[in-house]
Design a protein around this ligand. Structure first.
Ligand SMILES: *Cc1c(COP(=O)(O)O)cnc(C)c1O
Length: 373
């Protein structure tokens, strides 16, 4: 059994994906071919943003936005402690300081009360200037923008939505990657919309930020080729990856998103009388189910369950075993065990079950039966 069955998806979309790859190889336009522009147009229209700028990966996407906003040394950027490394790494990469917030146990997403407290504490200490918030749409569910956006407004902070896992989710019909001042996603193969390698994208309605990021992505280019007006980098999505993403985006939109929500409902229904806490989605919110993560009673039960499932050939993964404020890479920030108790507790109890749009009811029955046994 696969944790995320990319092979089943390829079999379904094989002829379109193969044709797309062949067309790029035949054209020889491996960099910035027409498929890249076509994909950017479709992505922007789908999420409902004016601009989409594709780039090399989801980590670059986040960093490029912070650079465009001129966030750097002396600035504080608020990030949840329970997320993938990139969300906080990019803050440090631009020279700013990540300030960690706790999460809500029910949604795994940034806790608005903890956020407001962290902003107030940073202001009262007076060492760092609060500049931005990076809410993460963890495991596919959009962060609680109803609560976070008013806090950003109150303190005059920018909001950068990390939609690497949230692509396709929505809040009352407003799609992930359309919240805040800018948003990003990742096309890493296992994400809700994945390519066959690395890739990422930035979304914004701001014309000048979009133009600046387009320049950053191609060595700080000006209006002509070989005119460099600033220091940039090389961060582009390969034409091959764009050609693979075009049919995958259509399948995602047309049936995969519904299929993965169906799989989530089956799990939640069948696990209702188990000892596990199943994931909850806020009213009016829709998840794209990057992960289906359950909570166990404690670490011992979680590890035992993971081992039992593994023995039966069922892969289950721990996302994430350690909160970011306790990672060695951030030891210099001075956090200690107990600072963000919900994030710390969840790391010990969380377990992600196999999840993807091609998961059928019989397979879910088998996984649930093994869990209950
Ligand atoms: C995967 C991920 C990223 C980074 O994406 P890459 O394409 O792997 O660089 C950033 N944030 C979150 C929450 C992610 O899950």
């Amino acid at each position: 059994m696969q944790f995320r069955d990319l092979g089943a998806q390829y079999l379904k979309l094989k002829s379109e994906i193969d044709d797309g790859i062949q067309a790029v190889v035949t054209s020889g336009k491996f960099i910035s071919g027409p498929q890249v522009k076509e994909l950017e147009g479709e992505l922007a229209a789908y999420v409902g943003r004016k601009h989409c700028i594709s780039c090399a990966n989801g980590t670059d996407a986040l960093e490029l936005v912070l650079r465009a906003w001129e966030i750097g040394p002396g600035d504080a950027v608020f990030v949840p402690a329970f997320t993938f490394m990139s969300t906080a790494e990019v803050v440090a990469l631009v020279g700013a300081t990540p300030v960690f917030t706790d999460i809500c146990e029910a949604t795994f997403n940034m806790d608005a009360v903890s956020l407001e407290n962290a902003i107030a504490k940073t202001l009262s200490e007076g060492k760092l200037k609060p500049r931005a918030i990076i809410p993460v749409d963890l495991f596919g569910q959009p962060a609680d923008y109803d609560k976070i956006l008013p806090i950003a407004e109150k303190f005059g902070l920018k909001v950068l939505e990390d939609g690497a896992q949230g692509f396709g989710g929505d809040v009352r019909g407003k799609l992930a990657c359309s919240f805040g001042d800018a948003s990003t996603t990742s096309f890493f193969p296992a994400k809700p919309l994945g390519c066959y390698g690395d890739g990422g994208a930035i979304f914004t309605d701001d014309d000048s930020v979009a133009a600046l990021i387009r320049s950053f992505c191609v060595h700080g280019k000006g209006s002509e080729k070989y005119e460099n007006v600033r220091i940039g980098r090389n961060s582009r999505l390969d034409t091959l990856q764009a050609a693979i993403l075009l049919p995958k985006l259509r399948a995602f939109r047309d049936f995969e998103l519904d299929a993965v929500n169906q799989a989530a409902s089956w799990y939640t229904e069948k696990l209702a009388d188990s000892r596990l806490v199943t994931p909850s989605v806020l009213p009016g919110f829709r998840s794209s189910w990057a992960q289906y993560s359950v909570l166990c009673v404690d670490e011992e039960q979680r590890n035992a369950l993971q081992a039992k499932l593994k023995a039966q050939g069922i892969p289950a993964m721990v996302y994430y075993p350690r909160p970011l404020h306790l990672q060695k890479a951030f030891a210099g920030l001075g956090y200690a065990l107990g600072d963000l108790p919900v994030a710390e507790s969840v790391c010990h109890r969380v377990l992600a079950l196999p999840m993807h749009p091609y998961l059928d009811q019989a397979t879910i029955d088998q996984i649930v039966a093994t869990i209950k046994a």
